[in-house]
Design a protein around this ligand. Structure first.
Ligand SMILES: Cc1cc2nc3c(=O)[nH]c(=O)nc-3n(C[C@H](O)[C@H](O)[C@H](O)COP(=O)(O)O)c2cc1C
Length: 217
């Protein structure tokens, strides 16, 4: 129930074999310096052994245009299909490693596996980021990469979404003008929602349902 998350297309390749792509939702940033990310992959996946053996993978961010390919690569196996060919995607081989990135993806993150944790259903590969390539067309005049213009998607509870409207930016809650209006809003909503003798609290806890659900990735 920890949603939304990014759904990413992870490319991998074993020498003398065709390249493959696996869709991964259990992915995340785990360290800033050195930059490290994690992907959790079930041992049954065709890609699992490739990543384990080569010790490398590329995370390719997914745009609205790539969503269908992202889903398809997440329901078909590289054991049976050449996913790059089937989805008409282009392999981009960078200076960083033999594993190709997906050229149609605006951001490619090249990772070397530094640790593998066998957690249970999934093995978590922690990858040290050794390079990143981006689509130049999203670079602005000042050399800043406009990630917000890429049209990235998110994945929530089994469904894909585009991103909604911007609500603020890092630290906006403590900026002077914002604090004033936030305090005002808080005091307004507090007066409306104040529980009387814990009655509301009780109501809320009664409403909560225990939900157990098998993860589907
Ligand atoms: C949106 C989505 C997210 C997924 N996330 C994961 C994941 O985090 N870990 C995983 O092992 N499989 C995940 N899968 C399933 C694999 O992508 C799928 O089994 C794929 O066919 C494996 O490809 P392969 O056999 O070529 O490696 C996901 C599938 C979808 C559609």
């Amino acid at each position: 129930m920890l949603y939304p998350v990014p759904a990413v297309m992870v490319s991998c390749k074993r020498p003398r074999e065709r390249s493959n792509i696996i869709t991964v939702a259990w992915a995340g940033t785990v360290c800033s310096d050195p930059a490290m990310v994690s992907i959790s992959v079930r041992p049954q996946r065709y890609s699992h052994d490739i990543i384990e053996e080569t010790g490398e993978f590329v995370i390719n961010l997914v745009t609205e245009k790539l969503t269908r390919s992202c889903d398809w690569c997440g329901v078909r196996s590289g054991r049976e299909y050449d996913k790059f060919r089937e989805m008409k995607l282009t392999e981009y081989v960078s200076e960083f490693m033999d594993t190709p990135a997906i050229a149609e993806s605006p951001v490619n993150i090249y990772c070397k596996v530094v640790k593998t944790d066998h957690l249970g259903s999934h093995d978590m590969f922690i990858g040290k980021v050794i390079g990143v390539t981006v689509d130049d067309s999203f670079m602005d005049d000042k050399g800043k990469f406009a990630l917000e213009k890429c049209g990235l998607i998110t994945y929530s509870h089994g469904e894909y979404y585009t991103l909604g409207k911007k609500l603020g930016k890092f630290g906006y809650s403590v900026r002077k003008s914002a604090v004033k209006s936030a305090n005002k809003k808080n005091s307004e909503s507090k007066s409306k929602k104040e529980p009387k003798n814990g009655q509301n609290k009780k109501k809320i806890s009664e409403k909560r349902k225990v939900k157990q659900r098998k993860g589907h990735v």
